[in-house]
Design a binder for this molecule. Structure first.
Ligand SMILES: [Zn+2]
Length: 314
């Protein structure tokens, strides 16, 4: 879980290079078999892996989706892939630039993979990620961010990747950040959403455009109504879960807009919206951590004062 303004990334330099044991892999993520050679790696809340990831085994190679917050977790996934196949790991797709999805890029690049992402991932990965370490990042944290593995193939709207005759469609559907990609595996009816969708979990909205994020979730519901959805955080879900998340964003925006219309702002606005939000969504994952941030960030967005990374010009 990538938290805002607090230091949560615990990376252990000593863990590089060693093959992860099955027990270690278990602590970072649980593998879910989605059929047709598609696997979701679902991280439990508080796992040092920090986010979900996954991989697709095709006729002539493997494609990995996201690489966690901790390089040791990426090593564990590499080891897990090797228990399923010896085919080359050809590609990594980063679903966005945030630290908890890209920190293991170097591990997979060293194993021969080409890292692929939306162009803004490359622009922001080594600069914007520093904000997650607070105002005074340590030298070690600065080095960690400055040496994150960048994508070497970038696109703006999307890209189609072939694993032999197996088609994988990568679409730039934004909203969580301006760098989001969704990975669609049509023959398995699986969608990896990155952090555009969080399953019954409050999202980190630090870089979000919630209007765009709602539109991207609407696109999932319209284009993939009978698919399985692997979120960036939370368990594997289906369309009903995507709808619930989309409805949360709509609810949040309406509650905040109504309270703003009643003349409230700042702490008074947060205190007015929080009970309503708690009543309906208090049982969701990370509610206590993100609820106030979500209200504040939605308020700034609706007021037009929210600052998000500026997209690189094409
Ligand atoms: Zn994330």
């Amino acid at each position: 879980m990538l938290k805002t303004f607090t230091v949560v990334v615990l990376f252990v330099v000593g863990s590089f290079g060693g093959a992860a044991s099955a027990a270690e892999a278990q602590a970072y993520f649980a593998l879910h078999d989605l059929g047709h050679g598609v696997w979701a790696a679902i991280s439990p809340p508080k796992s040092k892996a920090g986010a979900n990831a996954g991989f697709v085994i095709g006729p002539d190679g493997v494609l990995v989706i996201d690489t966690f917050e901790d390089p040791a977790a990426a090593e564990a996934m590499l080891a897990a892939i090797r228990t399923k196949t010896n085919k080359p790991i050809r590609y990594v797709v980063d679903t966005h630039y945030h630290l908890d999805h890209v920190a293991g890029n170097n591990i997979f690049a060293a194993a021969g993979a080409v890292v692929v992402a939306q162009a803004n991932v490359r622009s922001w990965e080594r600069t914007q990620n520093l904000k997650f370490f607070g105002d005074r990042p340590t030298a070690k944290q600065k080095t960690f961010v400055a040496t994150l593995g960048l994508p070497s193939v970038t696109y703006r709207r999307g890209i189609t990747i072939w694993l032999g005759d197996r088609k994988i469609v990568v679409r730039a559907l934004e909203g969580h950040t301006g760098s989001d990609s969704t990975v669609v595996i049509p023959d398995a009816k699986v969608v990896f959403t990155g952090d555009v969708f969080w399953n019954h979990t409050l999202p980190n909205l630090i870089d979000a455009d919630t209007k765009q994020q709602i539109a991207s979730n609407d696109a999932y519901l319209h284009d993939y109504p009978d698919y399985t959805f692997v979120p960036g955080h939370g368990d594997v879900g289906e369309a009903a879960d995507v709808r619930a998340f989309r409805d949360y964003l709509v609810f949040l925006r309406k509650a905040v807009a109504d309270t703003q219309a009643a003349g409230k702002s700042g702490a008074a606005l947060v205190n007015a919206v929080l009970p309503e939000l708690t009543h309906t969504y208090g049982g969701w994952g990370w509610f206590k951590y993100f609820a106030r941030h979500n209200i504040e960030q939605a308020a700034a967005e609706l007021k037009g004062t929210k600052r998000v990374p500026v997209a690189e010009q094409p």
